[in-house]
Design a protein around this ligand. Sequence first.
Ligand code: GAP
Length: 495
Amino acid sequence: MEYEKIVDLAKRRGIFWQGSGIYRPVAGFYDYGHIGAMVKRRWENLWRRFFLGLDDNFYEIQASVIMPEDVFKASGHLECFLDPVVKCGKCGNVERADHILEDLLKESFEGLSSKELTELIRKHNIRCEKCKGHLEEVEERNLMFPVAIGTGKDKRQAYLTGETAQGAYVNFRQMFDAMRRKLPMGLAIIGKAFRHEISPRQALIRMREFTQAELQVFFDPDSIGKHPRFGEVEDYKLFLHPAAGKMEHVACKDAVKRLHLPEFYVYHLAKVQQFYLEELSVPEKSFRLKELSAEEKAFYNKYHWDIQLDLESVGGWKEVGGVHYRADHDLKGHGKVSGVSMSVNVHGKNVLPHVLEISMGVDRNVYALLELSYRQEKARDLLAFPRVVAPFDAGVFPLVNKDGIEEKAREVYEMLRREGFAAFFDSSGSIGRRYRRIDEIGVPAGITIDYDTLKHGDVTLRDRDTMEQARVKISDLPAVLKRFLNGGSLSELGN
Ligand code: GAP
């Protein structure tokens, strides 16, 4: 699958493109068109339904993206959220040092020190990719976006958040008191994050402003060895790629015994895998959970497995999320800097909760969906989106725009909208062209109103993937469409 094809389709069909495109665009900022915005929203809704459904003490909250400097002193972002960069002494071009090496030598160099990276650049005699000039020493640069609150002398230093997670930590106390004062408690945020990426690239894969969907599970560290619903997943096989090893399928109970991972952590790995394989229908061969080595792990993590998808268009396995055991790193830091105790009393016991984080980048996931759903067939290009995240449920088409057929089609369209379906109406061009258009934006069902509809009160329902068609009574259409969108096949549902 070629990257250019995906970006071209995205632009032509209203999915995404570079932001502020009428000016000289700045790398790393992308805007979504109507189709992209719908897919993204439906992906987010699926995420909400699935992860908030894991426990009745999990909630979604919203937090500011601008936060005072102290928040990021406490979190460690000001000190440790650094990327190694290298500047060309001749043209001034700046690049991520580890990425230059990665592109050239086809292995990961994450986690190496500036000194080690400089040595490797010298050893392989790597020059500036723009002008072939000499590259300077590698230095570390902070990724946070500073903003000033206030004007003139009253300015106060603040930052755009680099991860939604901090919004959950600064609100932990209020939420704990407002809710049932019970652990585990989960706080989810779907929102924006901002990072001064040195070399934003590959469209939605590495951006400067992006959306994350993150769930922070606060729990008593003494209970990490148990999860009350572990029995449901103990035989479920995880697709694991340990840091020192190769890909293997490991039952959850063996991940606990053999890989010494705690039950609480393994349960959530299983849920993440099920979200991808069962809810999003990602092919098994394209999914893995990859353990990061000590050097690669984020500075706050004790256990860190990335969620990776195999995306050919951007060079193979790509991280789209992670399952992070952040221990007490965050609450301890915020307690210290703010002076507000983050310990809570649960059943007479004083606990500083630990955090397990499920973190996903929404934009990267939307890009991955596009690549994994893109098919080129002889007569058409197709986005075979899972029905649950398709931009619309159905397109409604009058076969011709005369003899009362358009009016009847509008009636069907209005009825489907009233019934809660995301339907759209299209009466322009030949019916074949209209089908091609919905195939290309991944709408699973096409509904055509023709002369027989006027006689018999039925319509044609067409399946995007198989192109099979069935006749369905208008009175049955909402129920049949619902079953179809839930995975039913046309041969079972219509004539
Ligand atoms: N709260 C933990 C955290 O932020 P991360 O691995 O830095 O962890 C989580 O980011 C996810 O956010 C990544 O797996 C990725 O999907 C997404 N992400 C991170 N940086 C990104 C960027 N520059 N552009 C797009 N998505 C990004």
